[in-house]
Ligand binder design. Structure first.
Ligand code: MLT
Length: 410
């Protein structure tokens, strides 16, 4: 008899975004004439930068020739892409990395989930609350947790509340933990952490022999020059941190799929018999066994992001989204809302007016303004009473959505 992985039964509801999609589809079916504006899931809407598209096309054409045809590539990614990222994206931050320390993948969501393969189940994990749901749910799926309590907190996970009182930056855990998830610029709150803030975490991790999973998927949206783009800008981080980055939001690859993980050689853990072992070696072993690399044309397209032309065009797209963020942020403030984020991140985190629950506000916006956002409580219990709007929409839709919300709330 085939038995199922019972851990999946511990998961509370459907994954957040499909659940929102389901509700929006039901609304649209019942109200076919409503023009629904979607500012829920952080999905990009601008076309790929022309230089990126050109490289993508050229790589597809390579596949039509015998001399440039590409079959299986290196599982961990082509050197020409890895080295371009190291040179153009890390070196300017003062961070030097070896080619062997970076792994190209088909996206950061998978990486954040798959990394758990190389860590023992009895590690104690700390995650923010609210948080990108993937961190929580993948720990449930792999069997690290017990059941959830009434609030939705799973046994064996240390939750770090992020709220108005702490500026949505979690305090260091009061009990010893082994793995810490940090995401800055943060999804969903849009807040960023400065160097001093991150240093506290790096010091904690090094003092407690813990590993930080640093999700930097939104680093290109940082506008304040004082804010670090990489955890490795912090002294000591190469000993304790694994960093995740994504081309999804940076370069409009949500449908194209490309991400990367940095696993410095110095990051180690202990075996069950107490010897030190490098996580880089384990991740390489996992990658070469379970993955055959991101596709060749995708990696060519990703490398073109770092060409002079590609980067200028990509930056223009990022600026477009950040102007959307400004429009949403300013508009909501004019409507009397308390708002966070939206300055160094493409997400605006607002306090629901009049103390409404997140899902009540979701229904209100959907029914009365035909605007879709994401209920804060979907990111964790501490997100209750908050709501996230994404800045990745078309400009005219963003303007219209803000006007509708302003009219409704005033
Ligand atoms: C989000 O809206 O939080 C993201 O688009 C989800 C993701 O990146 O997987």
């Amino acid at each position: 008899m085939a038995k199922i992985n019972d851990n999946y039964l511990k998961l509370k509801a459907g994954y957040l975004f499909p659940e929102i999609g389901r509700r929006v589809r039901a609304f649209a079916e019942a109200n076919p004439s409503a023009k629904v504006i979607r500012l829920g899931i952080g999905d990009v809407t601008r076309p790929l930068a022309p230089a990126v598209l050109k490289a993508f096309h050229a790589a597809v054409d390579d596949l039509a020739t015998t001399d440039k045809f590409a079959g299986y590539g290196p599982e961990q990614g082509y050197d020409w892409l890895i080295n371009a990222i190291i040179e153009k994206s890390y070196k300017p931050l003062g961070v030097s990395l070896k080619t062997e320390e970076m792994f190209i993948s088909d996206g950061s969501k998978c990486d954040c989930a798959n990394i758990l393969d190389i860590f023992a189940l009895d590690n104690v994990v700390a995650i923010g609350d609210p948080v990108y749901p993937v961190y929580n749910d993948t720990n449930v799926m792999i069997g690290r947790t017990g059941e959830a309590d009434d609030k939705g907190y799973y046994k064996n996970i240390v939750y770090m509340p992020c709220n108005e009182a702490n500026g949505f930056i979690p305090a260091l855990p009061t009990r010893k933990v082994d793995i810490i998830y940090l995401c800055f610029p943060n999804n969903p709150t849009g807040v960023v952490a400065g160097k001093a803030e991150l240093k506290k975490w790096v010091d904690y991790a090094n003092a407690n022999d813990a590993v930080i999973f640093f999700d930097a998927a939104y680093e290109t949206f940082i506008t304040d020059p004082a804010i670090p783009h990489s955890i490795y800008e912090i002294e000591g981080a190469k000993k304790c941190a694994i960093e995740f980055r994504s081309f999804s939001k940076t370069a409009g690859f949500t449908g194209v799929r490309c991400g990367l993980v940095v696993v410095p050689e110095e990051v180690t853990g202990t075996t069950s018999t107490g010897e030190r072992y490098s996580f880089n070696k384990l991740w390489l072993r996992r990658t070469t066994t379970k993955f055959n690399g991101a596709s060749y044309p995708v990696q060519r397209a990703a490398a073109a992001v770092y060409s002079d032309e590609g980067w200028t065009q990509t930056r223009e797209i990022i600026d477009y989204y950040m102007e959307n963020a400004r429009i949403i942020r300013e508009g909501l403030k004019e409507a009397g809302c308390t708002v966070y984020g939206g300055v160094n991140a493409p997400y605006i985190w607002l306090k629901t007016p009049g103390g409404m629950t997140s899902w009540d506000f979701f229904d209100k916006l959907l029914n009365e303004c035909n605007v879709v956002g994401t209920p804060g409580s979907g990111f964790g219990p501490s997100g209750e009473g908050f709501f996230r709007l994404s800045a990745f929409g078309h400009r005219e839709n963003v303007i219209e959505a803000v006007e509708r919300i302003k009219k409704n709330l005033k």
